[in-house]
Design a protein around this ligand. Structure first.
Ligand SMILES: [Zn+2]
Length: 511
């Protein structure tokens, strides 16, 4: 029997068995990016975490309707358009494209549907339709300036996700006082902006009630896209922990008061914060760093390993040391794969499928702890530990049959976690023509034979792998403060005519 899937539900604050409404279909919504700039490290963490959720659901036999939106109307997009003398549409389009490129570089699965907020202002379940219903049901009111606010006092259990009832918001010092609000915790469904060219005219019914030309509030965008694409009740809603309040709290308020159905979302899942050198990452702190910055220094597999060594609900610290440690794993693993896979050319070319019944049965019989780890609220650190255990077994395996069978399971497990196996085989072949000056394997071994043990030299069985191997060994020597070995490796490279450069991101060799 497969282990039963258990997820931590932020709404009940307990870990619960997962049971979708209409199995085997799972309706999943993930809050997408606001497209005004390059995607940053917070996006990498968030969308790689939910990528593993989607893959896990698929592995466990579910058909996932994965909806991830694009927020293409927002003050930040407008400000960017103004600063760059272009249109908000152009800013949104450019940054949507960047987002897609980065998500592809990180090997995340594409959503089944990717709705854009501006496509859902009108329409049967669009934002205007929801706003009209909320006003009719007396959950929302029109202000003197033509805005529409949601009245939190009309919802008995408002605040149930963040455990912040309206009284708590009133007591908070950070809420700006707005004369148009009946209560400080009321929030905007619609913001009037009559003079602005980037704005929408309300339909007659709303205009008649005093609603003016303007733009939607952020929360109603997600509520309306969920209602249109997935319906009134969904299985899982996921996003960053920073969205719990006010964004997700307000999505619940709008959606449940509009449909009259509770719960709007059965399981709420949130990923932890991202810190860069100890501080919560946000642009305002000035430690903004983009996904492409990072991918210039580290391959996507390294980044994935780093992200997955942290449980998705825990905060993640992006430090050069932590990334270097992940990269060491990546390099060593590359060397291992480069040595092993050529023995099995057919497997190197056609990877075993990871999401079907055969794959599931193989994992169940040969790596049950991997499935148990994922079933247990996506415990990726434990899943990675079982992958590393499998690598150890493979190193010790003696017969070809044994190796082949373990390798099949390993390749499936790596793909379930979203690693791009082909990248492990190419980690050292990106520099193209620079490689022509590289010494041959024999020259290399003779230059290093005095500094390295026979066992270490034996690690570098192929010409493709040796440079990565040397870098990994040197990083290890530095970490162990074995300066003699670190220096010997440097002078070995210099003897061969190369240069070793040390940076905070790690060392590199140029020829
Ligand atoms: Zn959202």
């Amino acid at each position: 029997m497969l282990p039963s899937l258990q997820f931590y539900n932020s709404l009940t604050r307990t870990t619960e068995p997962f049971q979708p409404i209409e199995a085997p279909t799972v309706k999943l919504y993930v809050c997408g990016p606001t497209v005004y700039d390059f995607p940053h490290l917070g996006h990498a963490r968030c969308y790689m975490s939910w990528d593993v959720l989607v893959r896990t659901l698929m592995l466990f036999g579910y058909t996932v309707t994965y909806v991830r939106n694009i927020t293409d109307v927002d003050d930040k997009i407008l400000a960017r358009a103004e600063a760059q003398s272009t249109t908000p549409e152009a800013v949104a389009e450019l940054n949507t494209q960047r987002f897609h490129e980065d998500m592809q570089a990180l090997n995340t699965l594409s959503p089944t549907v990717e709705p854009k907020a501006t496509d859902h202002i009108k329409g049967e379940h669009g934002m205007f339709a929801m706003i009209e219903t909320l006003i009719a049901k007396k959950h929302a009111y029109v202000t003197a300036t033509g805005d529409v606010n949601f009245e939190t006092a009309t919802m008995a259990d408002y605040g149930k996700l963040s455990k912040r009832p309206p009284e708590a918001v009133q007591a908070g010092a950070r809420v700006s006082v707005d004369a148009d609000k009946r209560h400080p915790s009321d929030f905007a469904l619609w913001k009037a902006n009559p003079e602005d060219s980037y704005a929408w005219n309300p339909p007659e019914g709303l205009a008649f009630q005093g609603v003016k030309r303007g733009r939607p509030g952020w929360h109603i965008e997600c509520s309306s896209m969920i209602r249109t694409v997935l319906g009134e009740t969904i299985d899982i809603h996921a996003g960053g922990a920073d969205l719990i309040f006010p964004h997700h709290e307000n999505e619940i308020a709008q959606s449940e008061c509009c449909s009259g159905k509770t719960p709007f979302v059965r399981t709420w899942m949130h990923n932890g914060f991202v810190n860069v050198d100890g501080e919560k990452m946000s642009k305002s702190l000035g430690n903004f760093s983009t996904i492409r910055d990072l991918l210039e220094h580290y391959p996507a597999n390294t980044l994935r390993y780093f992200i997955l060594t942290n449980h998705y609900r825990m905060p993640v610290d992006f430090t050069p040391e932590a990334l270097d440690a992940a990269h060491n794993w990546s390099v060593k693993f590359s060397i291992f794969m480069t040595q092993l896979l050529p023995t099995f050319p057919a497997m190197a070319e056609t990877l075993p499928a990871w999401e079907d019944e055969t794959a599931r049965a193989l994992l169940q019989s040969q790596l049950p702890e991997f499935l148990e780890a994922l079933a247990s609220d996506l415990n990726t650190p434990r899943a990675l530990a079982s992958v590393n255990g499998l690598v150890k077994q493979l190193r010790k395996a003696e017969t070809v049959t044994e190796k082949q069978s373990l390798l099949t399971v390993l390749l499936i497990a790596l793909q379930v976690l979203g690693f791009r196996v082909a990248d492990f085989l190419q980690i050292d072949t990106e520099n193209g023509e620079q490689q022509s000056n590289r010494p041959t394997l024999d020259e290399f071994i003779s230059a290093f034979s005095t500094a390295l043990s026979a066992e270490q030299v034996a690690l570098f069985q192929t010409a493709e792998a040796w440079e990565s191997g040397v870098l990994a060994l040197r990083a290890e020597a530095k970490r162990a403060k074995n300066w003699a070995l670190a220096d010997a490796i440097r002078s070995g490279v210099e003897k061969l005519g190369g240069a070793m450069t040390d940076t905070p991101q790690g060392s590199s060799i140029s020829w």
